[in-house]
Design a protein around this ligand. Structure first.
Ligand code: ZN
Length: 416
């Protein structure tokens, strides 16, 4: 099972927007842009909302049937660990093995020695086509990389083999993710991580490193886009070289996590893909839920009241909601509007604060990030929230489709 060149992870907290999401891929297809949808939902999301992995499979299959989508699509067990994978085994055909927590744990000495021996042929000057300058690799570098990453890659191997106990190797796509950690991996580290992944027998088709800069959920990239671009291009060159050197799958590509709304780096991603003839997996997740709230706030007075109630509750439970996402949000509490302020807003004003339009003066990234993690509040409302999604499906759907198509697919995968 092979992941096509251009793919996009789409998440849907409440599982109601499958068709609206897939419509974005259909619009792209009509423009000659082939983007493969991958429905992803992590264990963390499932446990906060109270859904099961099979719900995502059902939703994806239903959307595919409704739109008669005859292209590939996948269901991603997102950010799974050995402890959490079992519930995903039957219904997923894409597994994101998250080993970020295992970085810097010590691998057994024998493993470290074997890794160092296997890679000592790279000591010296390592020329990689497409890189501006070769790497200089020392014996100490290899040992240091082994100390930092080998245990994590071995852990990915343990999770991978757990899947193999249940599923044939050609029945799923494997991603290795190391993004939810504080320290970015350098392109040189990436090369040796891929060496270890190959030695571990993991046929990774995507790899999600931690890039420099902040990838906060649902808002723009925070960092130097030029530095990101240099690093991203170097990673692509390293991957192409590692595929040949270590015999990894020839469609191996980068996966960009928390990839929604990173408008300031999309041009760099698109340039790099074009120049290297490379693909990318752009993983997005929670912003579909924000489009739901925008649609509700604009739908009618009751919808607006519900959206305001969700914000007020989110504000009241700030710490609880933000804790699981500490590494991937950055909220300035002093910039959050009070409950009273928001109470006076009309639907347009609420939508303008929430919608990620950097040119709009009313857009508030702090407000947006808090609501992004506030889906737990809506989940606790149960049918009071989801009934409304059904009732206003026609008002909400176009926001969901437009967000994916115009703000994400076109700038990243579009031709212009
Ligand atoms: Zn991630």
């Amino acid at each position: 099972m092979k992941l096509p060149k251009f793919s996009m992870g789409i998440g849907d907290r409440f599982g109601c927007q499958g068709v609206a999401q897939l419509k974005a891929m259909r619009l792209a297809q009509a423009e000659g842009i082939d983007v493969t949808p991958v429905w992803n939902k992590s264990y963390r999301e499932h446990s906060i909302i109270g859904t099961q992995p099979t719900d995502v499979r059902r939703q994806a299959d239903a959307a595919v049937a409704a739109l008669q989508w005859d292209r590939p699509y996948f269901v991603d067990a997102d950010h799974v660990h050995l402890k959490t994978i079992d519930g995903f085994l039957e219904c997923s055909d894409f597994f994101t093995l998250d080993v970020a927590e295992a970085i810097e744990q010590a691998a057994p000495d024998d493993d470290i020695e074997a890794f160092c021996r296997r890679n000592e042929r790279f000591i010296g000057t390592l020329e990689i086509p497409g890189l501006d300058a070769p790497f200089t690799v020392t014996r100490q570098d290899i040992k240091r990389i082994a100390d930092k990453f080998l245990f994590a890659v071995k852990e990915a191997g343990r999770i991978y083999r757990r899947i193999l106990e249940q599923r044939p190797a050609d029945a799923f796509v494997t991603e290795v993710s190391m993004d939810e950690t504080d320290i970015p991996q350098s392109p040189a580290e990436m090369f040796f991580i891929l060496s270890a992944i190959a030695a571990e027998g993991i046929p990774a088709q995507t790899i999600a490193p931690r890039f420099s800069g902040r990838f906060n959920k649902g808002v723009d990239y925070v960092g130097d886009p030029a530095q990101f671009e240099a690093e991203f291009r170097a990673d692509i060159a390293v991957i192409a070289h590692a595929v040949k050197t270590f015999g990894l799958p020839d469609n191996l590509k980068l996966s960009v996590h928390s990839g929604s709304d990173k408008f300031s780096i999309y041009p760099a991603i698109r340039r790099a893909m074009r120049d290297f003839n490379a693909g990318v997996h752009l993983k997005t997740a929670g912003t579909t839920w924000l489009e739901e709230l925008i649609g509700l706030a604009l739908a009618d007075a009751e919808g607006l009241d519900l959206a305001k109630a969700i914000y007020a509750e989110s504000l009241a439970h700030f710490d609880d909601l933000c804790a699981p996402y500490a590494a991937v949000i950055d909220i300035d509490k002093t910039r959050l509007p009070s409950e009273q302020t928001v109470a006076d807003w009309d639907g347009q004003r609420f939508a303008a604060a929430l919608r990620h339009d950097p040119t709009c003066d009313d857009y508030n990234p702090d407000f947006r990030q808090l609501i992004h993690v506030g889906y737990k509040i809506a989940a606790q409302m149960g049918t009071r929230y989801t009934d409304r999604l059904t009732r206003f499906a026609e008002q909400i759907g176009p926001h969901v489709t437009d967000n994916i198509y115009r703000r994400h697919i076109l700038p990243v995968f579009g031709a212009a």
